[in-house]
Design a protein around this ligand. Structure first.
Ligand code: ZN
Length: 328
């Protein structure tokens, strides 16, 4: 990994860090916040490399020296990953570290602490980390990482430089998912629903998203071709599959993506289709519906989502939505 490579996914964060590295002006503590899969860990590791590497050029570590190699393999003696194995990161875990450092007669005075799930630090643990950073007899760097910025203690936020990791762009997310053997049609679909890699993978588990797509394709097919059967499909197929409230919302999101695809079809934007494997069906619908009707469909779906949120019965919400989708 190089900063150059990392800058493709997180240009702003990388720019800020490399600028500070070049000027030799790193902060003592960084707080990396952002969704899962946005590269916080890789950037933290790269920062540790730059911090130790004696051969770095313009902040770019050499990647080959002992320090670089040990940081990457995860066994540099002065780089400490702190992860929680339970609900919280306790002060003991950090005290233990401190002891370890003082016993070992470390190679250098430089130390790096990398804390994952920093929102789980107890106030004591957080204070004790912050104290490390103020020790006069050495250089220490702490990188705290979190996906839940709102839960981070104020004392930490005020004493660290906060860097926000941008959500993964849909095309990057799709690439990642395809690399992990998820079929492209599914990958394209989940990338519209979330920018979080882990959440996207969860949605793909046990073919859930594949089945959900099929439900949407079936329902819209019935609505446009056999309106009288749409109710049957709703009862048997839809309500039986999207059971939890969050699943119902996802079902509606997918329905919305479908009608947006129909609009894309009308606008000749075939290469931007999400349901790209359904081009023929989308073409049929695009020929049948006016743009105004499609706009109304999207409004009706948004309304249904709002009502679901307000705890209206899913059955009622969906039946009324069907009626509106079927209006001429
Ligand atoms: Zn190096």
């Amino acid at each position: 990994m190089t900063w150059e490579q990392l800058s493709h996914s997180q240009p702003t964060v990388v720019k800020m860090l490399t600028n500070s590295l070049k000027k030799n002006r790193l902060a003592h503590a960084y707080l990396f916040e952002g969704g899962r899969g946005t590269g916080k860990r890789q950037v933290a590791q790269q920062l540790a490399c730059s911090f130790f590497c004696a051969h770095s050029v313009e902040g770019e570590p050499c990647g080959e020296c002992g320090d670089c190699r040990r940081v990457h393999s995860g066994n540099h003696p002065d780089v400490h990953w702190i992860r929680t194995d339970g609900q919280t990161i306790k002060v003991d875990q950090i005290r233990h570290l401190k002891k370890e450092f003082s016993f070992r007669g470390v190679e250098s005075k430089k130390k790096v602490y990398l804390v994952e799930d920093a929102e789980k630090m107890t106030p004591n643990a957080a204070n004790s980390i912050l104290k490390f950073l103020e020790e006069p007899d050495g250089e220490a760097l702490a990188v705290l990482m979190t996906t839940q910025y709102h839960r981070i203690l104020k004392t930490i936020v005020s004493r660290s430089q906060v860097l926000s990791f941008a959500p993964l762009k849909p095309d990057k997310l799709v690439k990642q998912l395809v690399k992990e053997d998820i079929p492209e049609a599914q990958a394209q679909t989940v990338a519209q629903l979330t920018s979080d890699l882990e959440e996207a993978k969860d949605l793909c588990e046990e073919n859930w998203i594949a089945q959900a797509r099929t439900k949407v394709i079936q329902l819209t097919d019935e609505v446009s071709k056999r309106p009288r059967y749409a109710y049957l499909m709703l009862q048997d197929g839809w309500l039986g599959f999207f059971k939890e409230k969050s699943e119902m919302q996802t079902g509606l999101d997918l329905l919305m993506i479908w009608y947006r695809d129909v609009i894309r079809m009308q606008l000749d934007q075939q290469n931007e289709l999400v349901f790209f494997d359904q081009e023929e069906r989308l073409k049929d619908e695009a020929l049948m519906a006016s743009q105004m009707k499609l706009g109304n469909n999207l409004t009706a779906i948004l309304e249904a989502k709002r009502r679901l949120d307000a705890n209206t019965s899913p059955q009622l919400v969906m039946e009324q939505l069907l009626l509106r989708l079927q209006e001429g």
